[in-house]
Design a protein around this ligand. Structure first.
Ligand SMILES: [Zn+2]
Length: 159
């Protein structure tokens, strides 16, 4: 089944530029006029830096920078983050590790979120368990006399 939850590798805006790292480097180059050498050096991983946790925001696996608050889509196959906005200066300019849920858990989170009709309602944050995830999609009309119980359950993905 095609996934509706995107990553820094599958999202069109990233793919058309050449993928996750290419997108991040282009963003940094556009904002700060860095040289290619500076950009390549940025991916050196600082193992001692506190990792960032990935989350799903509006159908996309993302990381929110805990220094400057900018949010970027990230790639579970390349769980490293270097912020093209603040350049990870607080960590000496080096990249930080990203923590994603385990593969199976990630698939289960995506399976639940994909049932939500509105892409903006497909969100998950670290610490939220599978049973925490609300089963009722947002932006769906409340039950009314016009909907039978069966129709209501179908609309809400409970059948
Ligand atoms: Zn930042």
């Amino acid at each position: 089944m095609a996934t509706y939850i995107h990553t820094g590798m599958t999202a069109y805006v990233y793919r058309k530029i050449g993928g996750y790292r290419a997108f991040i480097m282009k963003t940094a180059r556009d904002r700060w006029q860095l040289t290619n050498e500076e950009l390549m050096a940025a991916w050196e991983l600082d193992e001692s830096a506190e990792p960032l946790e990935a989350r799903v925001l509006r159908s996309n696996w993302c990381v929110r920078c805990d220094v400057c608050s900018e949010t970027f889509m990230v790639d579970p196959e390349d769980p490293v983050f270097w912020c093209p906005n603040c350049l990870n200066r607080k960590q000496g300019g080096k990249a930080r590790r990203i923590i994603f849920p385990e593969v199976q858990t990630r698939a289960e989170i995506e399976e639940i979120l994909e049932k939500r009709a509105d892409p903006r309602s497909r969100n998950w944050k670290p610490g939220e368990t599978l049973s925490d995830l609300p089963k009722v999609p947002l932006k769906v009309p409340a039950p009314s006399a016009a909907l039978s119980v069966r129709q209501w359950n179908i609309v809400h993905g409970e059948l």
